[in-house]
Design a binder for this molecule. Structure first.
Ligand code: DC
Length: 221
């Protein structure tokens, strides 16, 4: 039996890395919905569209040729944009562009369509509450903001990017505020989501915890 798994939580709580490892272990497909908002932010940058011009953004999105490959590669108008969307600038722009209800509506509909056949792990901010309210398993990951900032700096270092801890920490707090306080689908734990604080856990430990929950669920049938 294949199920869908929703993983939500604030930025840099480890959602994407855990979802990736878990998907490989289960033979599921991981859809990083944050990357979709980042793609829209990047589209706004290249087309010079203001991040709050929602009608113009949706129009540009409809015209754009976008592919989300199952290995996480995103192709926009023929170019692979995986690295372009991972800058701190795009993190903040994605958070800003995600406030627009019409942009959310367009992306949510794509996400629901992709996940309809089950066997998907979606990570984001509104998966358990809006995108897949019927997901068989919902996880809500949290971690101390400073711990998240340290992890992000380390991830950047591995990628060869130098970053300032203080600046990353401030950006994370600003995004937490923006994502949790926007009017449409703010970041929030679904009532039936399992809360995991990852502050003192390794990525493997978090993956193992969720894997155990999935095993139980699949056994129950
Ligand atoms: O997961 P991430 O940090 O790559 O996401 C970038 C931004 O996109 C995040 O700050 C808020 C927005 N986002 C959202 O509003 N809903 C989602 N399901 C995923 C991301």
């Amino acid at each position: 039996m294949k199920i869908n798994i929703a993983i939500d939580g604030p930025s840099a709580a480890g959602k994407s890395s855990v979802a990736d490892t878990l998907a490989k272990r289960l033979g599921y497909i991981h859809l990083d919905t944050g990357a979709m908002y980042r793609m829209v932010a990047y589209l706004c940058k290249v087309k010079d569209i203001s991040l709050d011009a929602e009608d113009e953004i949706v129009k540009a999105l409809r015209k754009a040729d976008v592919s989300f490959m199952t290995d996480g590669t995103i192709i926009l108008d023929g170019a692979i944009i995986n690295d372009d969307i991972r800058t701190e600038e795009m993190s903040m722009s994605a958070s800003l562009v995600s406030k627009n209800p019409k942009v959310r509506e367009a992306l949510v509909s794509i996400q629901q369509d992709i996940a309809k056949d089950k066997g998907y792990i979606l990570d984001g901010r509104d998966i358990g509450t809006v995108v897949l309210p019927d997901a068989e398993i919902k996880i809500y990951l949290v971690a101390d903001p400073l711990e998240r900032a340290k992890r992000r700096v380390l991830q950047n270092k591995i990628k060869g990017i130098d970053s300032d801890l203080e600046k990353v920490f401030e950006d994370i707090k600003a995004r937490d505020y923006q994502d949790s306080n926007r009017k449409t689908s703010p970041l929030k734990k679904a009532q039936d989501a399992i809360l995991i604080d990852t502050s003192d856990l390794s990525q493997d430990e978090v993956t193992e915890k969720i894997y155990e929950v999935v095993k139980e669920k699949i056994k129950e049938g």
